[in-house]
Design a protein around this ligand. Structure first.
Ligand code: ADP
Ligand code: MG
Length: 529
């Protein structure tokens, strides 16, 4: 059956037929991303309804952008989205492994083995394999952490860009780690049009594309205190003033004078509470700028909400509304302030106790900037995970082959039909080295056999070298991955496969394709188990 038509079937199907269609849907879906797997994977060009294009090598991006309505395909996509949320990487692997396990399960069903038995065998294999994973991990050195971040980006962008973004992501993650806890949202990303993607830059502190409101203000300084205002430092316009009936020009002048005085009073207050930097969301009047400069207060205006929030967090304070009533308690603290010209844009850079960092992404087009931002985000996610848990596993198919071999040996000790299911599960995992080899233009079966043989001689750290096609030590080549990614990919794929095996009656057209969880609930207990 052609893959396109599989995703469109809307008949009521039951039992074995339902499973066959579900397995085919998962295989069709995996087929859409399998060719992107690994450093030699291909890019996909995606086009949305409005004709906008996106070139990506990222499995989850491909799947989330495609409008897939098939409920089972959605279950697999959801597993991949969970993978993205939890581990930031391994999304393609999840889909490809899940589909391969289902393909193998289908072969067993055809031989008369009940899907429930297969599901049990899969669950047993999963828990056995996950325990083994812990014995295989190595604790990362800083150098290896860098390698792992770079491995997670491999194939996504040009090599030099990958290397640059990996280095910056690791630096940023170090900066934002406190007591083993990291928070990637502390890294701000600015997209600066122009330049090349390799010119991406990491600024320690918060960078905001702003220039101080008066050139006489001192641009460098600190430490000191900062006031953040959800408003401005401006005279009220007489036109907006409450019910003002102007009968002479003298009155207007008097009004203006009073307004200026009110503004000056606010500056006086800032001075008296010891404010060094004033940041406002709205404007600052000319008179006020001069007065602020005279009072030795550095000021920035028209600062965006998102930046104000970041400043508030960085300086451990909150926004106020009325400058005239501000007190010492409203002030936040900063360590240093300066301005710097970067790529033609002037940045105000503030550092504080609360470690923040800013990535200035560069690129010649919105597409490139988008890809840089996505890749950096993924790299940062992986780097942050490593700061919290620096445990690594070998990549290049090594972990999957090692687990598959161990599960097969373990399966021999299981007398029931689950034994066959466990072998099917192990074969399913090996889709990773096969697909990696295939995408690199190597013979997939030969590569897998060579790798298996090499591991039985030289141990579990041996994986595929996709440049030469020969198995080699992943540790010395730096092809390493955080344990969380591999673990989550294996368990996410297995669990999605088990859910699909448990569905045996589906009424496509009448179900909400967007809510696969509901389908699972509705169908629970309907089967012959
Ligand atoms: P995913 O979305 O699953 O992360 P990727 O396209 O990022 O898919 O590919 C990840 C796979 O590529 C992993 O199995 C990883 O071990 C492998 N890989 C990455 N870099 C290399 C490399 N230099 N040599 C061999 N395998 C690699
Ligand atoms: Mg990846």
């Amino acid at each position: 059956m052609a893959e396109e038509t599989i995703l469109e079937s809307t008949d009521r199907t039951s039992g074995r037929e339902a499973l066959r269609k579900n397995v085919q849907a998962a295989i069709a879906l995996a087929g859409a991303v399998r060719t992107t797997l690994g450093p030699k994977g291909l890019d996909k060009l995606l086009i949305d309804d409005e004709g906008r294009t996106l070139v990506t090598n990222d499995g989850v991006t491909v799947l989330e952008t495609a409008k897939v309505e098939h409920p089972v395909a959605r279950m697999v996509i959801n597993a991949s989205s969970t993978q993205d949320r939890v581990a930031r990487d391994g999304t393609t692997s999840t889909v490809v492994i899940c589909a391969e396990m289902l393909r193998n399960a289908w072969q067993l069903v055809r031989q008369g083995i009940h899907p429930a038995t297969i599901a049990r065998g899969f669950a047993q294999s999963e828990s056995f394999a996950l325990k083994l994973l812990d014995e295989m991990t190595i604790t990362a050195t800083t150098e290896q952490m860098y390698s792992a971040v770079e491995t997670s980006l491999s194939g996504k962008m040009e090599r030099r860009v990958q290397a640059r973004l990996s280095k910056l992501a690791l630096e940023a993650s170090e900066r934002i780690t406190t007591e083993q806890r990291t928070d990637p949202t502390r890294v701000k990303i600015i997209r600066q049009n122009g330049g090349s993607a390799v010119d991406a830059e990491l600024v320690i502190g918060l960078a905001i594309p702003k220039t101080r409101v008066h050139s006489e203000m001192l641009e460098c300084g600190g430490p000191g205190s900062i006031l953040l205002v959800d408003g401005g430092l401006e005279k009220r316009s007489p036109m907006l003033g409450a019910k003002l009936s102007i009968t002479s020009t003298g009155m207007l002048d008097a009004f203006r004078a009073a307004e200026v005085k009110a503004v000056m009073k606010q500056v006086e207050n800032l001075k008296s509470i010891g404010c060094d930097i004033l940041v406002v969301k709205e404007g600052i009047d000319d008179e006020a700028r001069q007065a602020l400069a005279d009072a030795g207060i550095l000021a920035y205006r028209r600062v965006e909400n998102t930046d104000l929030e970041l400043l508030a967090r960085a300086c451990n304070t909150s926004l106020i509304h009325d400058i005239g009533r501000a007190t010492k308690e409203d002030l936040g603290v900063f360590i240093s302030t300066r301005e710097e010209l970067k790529g033609g844009t002037n940045y105000w850079i503030l550092t504080s106790e609360d470690d923040a960092a800013t990535l200035i992404a560069r690129g010649s087009s919105t597409e490139v900037l988008g890809e840089v931002e996505r890749c950096f985000g993924d790299a940062l996610g992986v780097a942050c995970q490593l700061q919290e848990d620096p445990q690594l596993l070998p990549g290049g198919g090594a972990t999957q082959v090692a687990l598959a071999r161990a599960v097969r040996r373990h399966a021999e000790t299981i007398p029931g039909r689950e034994q066959m299911a466990m072998e099917a599960w192990a074969d399913g995992l090996e889709v990773i080295p096969r697909a990696l080899a295939q995408n690199a233009g190597l013979d997939p079966i030969e590569s897998l056999l060579k790798l298996t043989a090499a591991q039985s001689e030289g141990g579990v750290m041996i994986g595929l070298d996709l440049d030469t096609g020969t198995p080699s030590d992943t540790v010395s080549r730096g092809v390493l991955e955080p344990v969380k990614i591999t673990r989550q990919a294996i368990s996410g794929a297995t669990e999605a496969a088990i859910s699909i095996l448990r569905i045996d009656d589906v009424l496509w057209a009448q179900m909400d394709a967007q809510v696969p969880d509901d389908i699972q609930q509705q169908l629970a207990g309907m089967g012959p188990e």
